[in-house]
Design a protein around this ligand. Structure first.
Ligand code: FPP
Length: 252
């Protein structure tokens, strides 16, 4: 029974999966373990990121191929600036290289690409690329790929709080009128639904400031595999764990 649902889903032979939980519509991944992957091989950390970036492309395409509607990856956190300049610069170069390729490749897959985070901190070349990719992919109706760059969950909530505070200051809103929905509506990408499933490879058991608001009712799968080795089978395994769980959203 394990993989049959996705097999059927791919072939579009079933409209309504019977007695089986639906595929998660939004999967988010913390792409962790690039540094350790490189260290295990006696390579510089930047080589781990290079293999991690190649794997990002492979897994995003695989997710799209099995019918995932939203796939979000944590590529660079607001805390990652603390790394040595050489590593940060190598990461920025990789983002540029892979996003140039992605613009071409992901259009074949009909993917819409959104960026979450304060991208104004990056070099102009990367910012231009981000704007171009978002604009060019805006009308596509395939999988939405969310890429978190200079992203932090706390800065995102702070950003939403400031936006609402501006409305209060302008007299357009009373503090007691503020609702959870309004906070959600002022996050970076309010059109992306909350993640159903968050996967963290590499063996670390924490959220690291990722999608703090949106993760309130997400299911978590932690896996002992380093990101460059994370395979389509690992993604299937995480989805299987998810479909086997009982989501109650605080109810019984
Ligand atoms: C965490 O592993 C990984 C990162 C900080 C970078 C992730 C970025 C990529 C995989 C490139 C993605 C490319 C695009 C275009 C989105 P780590 O370095 O913290 O690993 P460690 O914990 O083993 O040191």
């Amino acid at each position: 029974m394990k993989f049959d649902l996705r097999q059927l889903f791919r072939k579009k032979q079933v409209q309504e999966p019977v007695q089986v939980k639906a595929m998660p519509q939004h999967i988010a991944v913390i792409m962790d373990g690039n540094g350790r992957w490189a260290k295990q091989r006696g390579l510089p950390r930047t080589m781990g990121h290079k293999h991690g970036a190649a794997n990002f492309k492979r897994i995003a395409r695989y997710a799209a191929s099995i019918g995932v509607r939203y796939f979000t990856v944590y590529a660079f956190s607001t805390e990652n600036w603390r790394r040595p300049a050489e590593e940060v610069n190598a990461l920025i170069d990789l983002f540029i290289q892979y996003l140039v390729e992605a613009e071409r490749d992901f259009s074949e897959e009909n993917m819409r690409v959104r960026f979450l985070g304060d991208v104004a901190a990056f070099p102009e070349k990367l910012q231009d690329l981000i704007r171009t990719i978002e604009a060019k992919s805006a009308d596509r109706d395939g999988m939405t790929l969310g890429i978190c760059l200079n992203y932090g969950g706390r800065p995102e909530i702070t950003h939403a709080a400031r936006k609402l505070a501006e409305q209060v200051k302008a007299g357009a809103l009373e503090p007691e009128q503020i609702t959870e929905e309004m906070i959600s509506a002022h996050l970076y990408c309010p059109d992306i639904p909350d993640p159903d499933l968050i996967i963290r490879p590499s063996g670390e058991l924490r959220l690291s400031n990722f999608l703090l608001w949106q993760a309130a009712y997400s299911e978590f799968v932690f896996m002992n595999v380093l990101w460059p080795d994370f395979s389509p089978e690992n993604l299937e395994e995480a989805i299987d764990q998810y479909t086997g769980r009982n989501r109650r959203f605080g109810g019984v």
